[in-house]
Design a protein around this ligand. Sequence first.
Ligand code: ADP
Length: 398
Amino acid sequence: MAVEGVKGEGLRKTAGRARVLVINAGSSSVKVSLFEVGEDLLPSSVWEGNGEPGEPLETVIAGMDRAGIGAVGHRIVHGGDVFRESVRITPEVRAAIARFGELAPEHNRLEVAMIEAAARIFGPEMPQVAAFDTAFHGTLAPEAYVYPGPYEWLDRGIRRYGFHGISHQYVSGRAAEILGGPRRMITCHLGNGCSLAAIRDGRSVDTTMGYTPLDGLMMGTRSGSVDPGILIHLMRNRGHSVEDLDRMLNRESGLKGVSGISGDMRQVIAAMKRGDERARLAFDIYVGRLASGIAGLVPELGGLEALVFTAGVGENSAEVRAAACGRLEWLGVKIDPAKNDGAKNDGAKIDGAKNDAPEGDREISGADSRVRVLVVHTKEQWQIAKECCRILQTTRER
Ligand code: ADP
């Protein structure tokens, strides 16, 4: 099915200025950010709010000045194989997003509710844009997205989609800007959910999450890849239901499952430092899988020029970066311990990008490293605001 954006009036402006509201209805929180868009179409943040999952939009934005809003952008986790890029939301687009609810049950339902809430609050004429977490990986070749299962899976849409695309796109673009455009890089999004993207010439060529966000790396509470035979065994011989498996794999695995302490890397590292053996094991599995995941993407890229760490763990944990990079020395990865340990805003600060608060983005590789290693602060909300401007600008010019 082809669902296209519509011709519209573009980004609404009041006295030459426009404000874009970005809504990110995640499974653990609702983040709302208000941006003001300059003449150069670059947004800068003017207000931020947070709410509980499922909290009505009206209460999340209760303290926000609603004047001058010209567009609303939404982060949508699953765009299926329909959406390869951001689109203006029409009734057809909204219906398609609701249909993908089956693929991302924790997310798309909340996202559709936010689209409806925004139409209610700001009126049906308010331009709304969907930015998909799967879209950036729309450039994967069949070799990367077809699973080696029965071929009919593919006809049923069962294929690798990949997620965290908004973050991988922003972070790889920012790294290219900082380094002057390396052709082959891997971006590591390490938050509660974790994924890698292999990026050649600015396009995603492979990624570790798959049909769902459960595949690939070990995460906070998600297992990442495990032998699927385990699931058959648990159902056939141990009487576990589908709901049990869903709960175990999504909420009782990963750092939390192995350590028995928490899915939060800070608590796992603190326990490890106190001598807790299961915390040590959880940490070792996490960095081992991270390093082998990175190494596993190198053949597809034909080499590696840059490695980029982002999101909660990637931006803040010098321990995780040091341990993963230590396992990749044979690949020519060498980090400078002082730069790696430096507080978030220290180190080789890089100026340049015209964007909102780029401070903290820094290079942490040693002078003799064959691979340049960066820490980049991900800005998904900003990227969505930028997408809104781009989409509404193009629809207006058509
Ligand atoms: P999300 O994926 O939900 O957007 P984040 O990107 O904010 O989440 O990442 C959240 C995770 O980041 C937390 O669970 C925590 O494990 C980790 N984190 C945050 N700060 C630190 C830190 N200083 N050291 C290690 N891990 C951290």
